[in-house]
Design a binder for this molecule. Sequence first.
Ligand SMILES: C[S@@+](CC[C@H](N)C(=O)[O-])C[C@H]1O[C@@H](n2cnc3c(N)ncnc32)[C@H](O)[C@@H]1O
Length: 235
Amino acid sequence: MEYKYAKKENYEDFASGRVIYHVGGEPTFPVRLSLEIYERCLSYSGKKTDITLYDCCCGGAYMLTILGLLKNNTISMIYGSDINQESIRLAQDNLSLLSKSGINKRRAELEDLYQKYNKTSHLEALQSIDRIEQLIDKEVRTSIFNQNALEVSELPFTPDIIITDVPYGNMVEWDQGNGGINQMMNALSSVCGSETIICVCMNKKQKIQTDLYQRLERQLIGKRKFEIYRKSRRE
Ligand SMILES: C[S@@+](CC[C@H](N)C(=O)[O-])C[C@H]1O[C@@H](n2cnc3c(N)ncnc32)[C@H](O)[C@@H]1O
């Protein structure tokens, strides 16, 4: 896949476990790909600013945190949900990094670690956090909640963009449901508006079969693929 929007850059500052919190076993998502997908979704969206972004399988919110830091000029609200309580706790910690107070707390933790262990990795993390802090022009509001994505039927908000990286074996399986990706797409249709843009990242074997949505784009990338949808429009 050719990157149309996200530049090839050094994204080391955003490595999981450096400034962004990491817990063993929690999947992450490539930084450049997150940016590219978000920009592609935005290009299909009629709304270009004040975006409400939602991830219904957010895990530790690694991807949401990256987007909140690097795309806060267009995002005003981030919602994330997951079925797993530990992931939700990690997601809350990570999304706290979108605020000055969260950054200050993380800096104090890293300073403490550096004083105790004198490790280069902690010093590098302290350098990264200074650069990350510069990105916070505007604080994005965030909310994380517990929700089975296969059964979601109502939400107190209408997302402008949904980007989600669904379970596909290896590290995480679908929890509490066996209809997988198609069950999720059916459920999401009741919380999307007619203009909501949805991107689902999955492995190549997973297939979305639905006439509730119109597919706008499909891209293969390594072992993954992502597909972008909008609700089908009735004539
Ligand atoms: C591939 S991970 C997402 C990683 C995330 N994109 C990130 O950047 O941190 C998939 C997530 O789906 C969650 N999950 C599994 N079954 C679910 C369900 N039925 N409803 C909601 N989340 C579910 C898992 O707990 C896991 O956190």
